[in-house]
Design a protein around this ligand. Structure first.
Ligand SMILES: NC(=O)C1=CN([C@@H]2O[C@H](COP(=O)(O)OP(=O)(O)OC[C@H]3O[C@@H](n4cnc5c(N)ncnc54)[C@H](O)[C@@H]3O)[C@@H](O)[C@H]2O)C=CC1
Ligand SMILES: O=C(O)[C@@H]1CCC=N1
Length: 267
């Protein structure tokens, strides 16, 4: 496939990393940041330019990977060059109806990826606007499968829902990892040992959860001996409202996705 990325930042780099491993794609990246372009050309052999190509062909797939606040301007600049090609947008919040107005095309798929795409373990939620064909949806699926698993959403609001789980979720997990590393250091481990211990603990716990037929809550209570050490730790988490805070934070995240859509999809 011929894929043109508009924006070559963190998320685009993660997806390009996956596509590079998959192989067989012609990738072009547009970004005003020369240093980023040089890095992407060096690491993945992509072609690059600081501005949009004069014209794209109907076979070119455009992947919009700029910040939501820049999307309108980028779509308006893209509109006269698009020639009917399919557009994928990973921007949080911005709805298909707004992009269709700005682009003058309804051949749009919205994608909510996440950064583990960089190591082929991403999760992408996808929603196809009614203007797309079955072949378009298949192409979008193939592109995002290069980065990990794909989940198709029937309604566009599903993108807000998945944003607060897998889209932003890696940050929640990294936050927990950071906290555990600080705890390990406080317990006396050197920084590199603390990191190794904590990452192996997460790895092991996730693998066990994946392989075990037991509910995750049972796996947790299996660690908690009556009157023992783990019970003391979990009691503190409960008393401090850690679980409630995680759930509330995720709901705030979803609200913010809806709010960004309302603010940035208007005109
Ligand atoms: N970082 C993440 O975990 C996720 C991000 N997203 C979405 O991905 C999009 C990009 O986010 P990040 O990669 O994190 O941001 P970023 O700031 O790393 O990348 C944005 C890139 O766009 C470039 N850019 C700015 N104006 C441009 C223009 N007119 N034409 C072409 N390129 C331009 C910037 O130089 C920068 O390299 C956002 O819309 C965000 O909502 C979606 C899911 C996850
Ligand atoms: O924080 C954000 O707005 C983007 C969308 C999901 C992950 N990062």
């Amino acid at each position: 496939m011929q894929i043109t990325f508009i924006g070559g930042g963190n998320m685009a780099t993660a997806i390009i990393g996956g596509l590079h491993q998959q192989g067989g794609h012609q990738i072009h990246v547009v970004d005003p940041n020369d240093a980023k372009l040089a890095e992407l050309a060096r690491d993945f052999g992509v072609s690059t330019s600081a501005s949009l190509p004069e014209q794209l062909s109907a076979d070119d797939i455009v992947l919009l990977a700029v910040k939501p606040q820049q999307l309108k301007e980028v779509c308006q600049a893209l509109a006269p060059r698009l020639n009917g090609g399919m557009v994928l947008s990973i921007a949080a919040g911005i709805r298909c109806d707004a992009m269709a107005r700005w682009l003058g095309s309804e051949r749009i798929v919205r994608v909510m990826p996440n950064t583990p795409a960089m190591v082929g373990k991403g999760v992408s939620g996808l929603y196809a606007a009614p203007g797309t064909s079955a072949a378009d949806r298949e192409h979008a699926d193939t592109i995002m499968q290069a980065a990990g698993i794909t989940v198709w959403l029937d309604k566009e609001e599903g993108i807000d829902d998945i944003t607060c789980v897998s889209g932003s979720g890696p940050a929640y997990v990294f936050y927990f990892i950071e906290s555990m590393i600080e705890a390990a250091e406080q317990a006396g481990f050197a920084a590199d040992e603390a990191r190794r211990l904590v990452l192996a603990t997460f790895d092991g716990a996730v693998e066990l959860a994946r392989q075990s037929p037991l509910p995750v809550a049972t796996l947790r209570t299996n660690v908690m001996s009556k009157g023992g050490t783990t019970e003391r730790a979990i009691s503190r988490f409960e008393a401090e409202g850690v679980k409630a805070a995680i759930i509330a934070g995720a709901m705030d995240c979803r609200d913010r996705s809806i709010e960004m859509g309302q603010q940035l999809s208007q005109d």
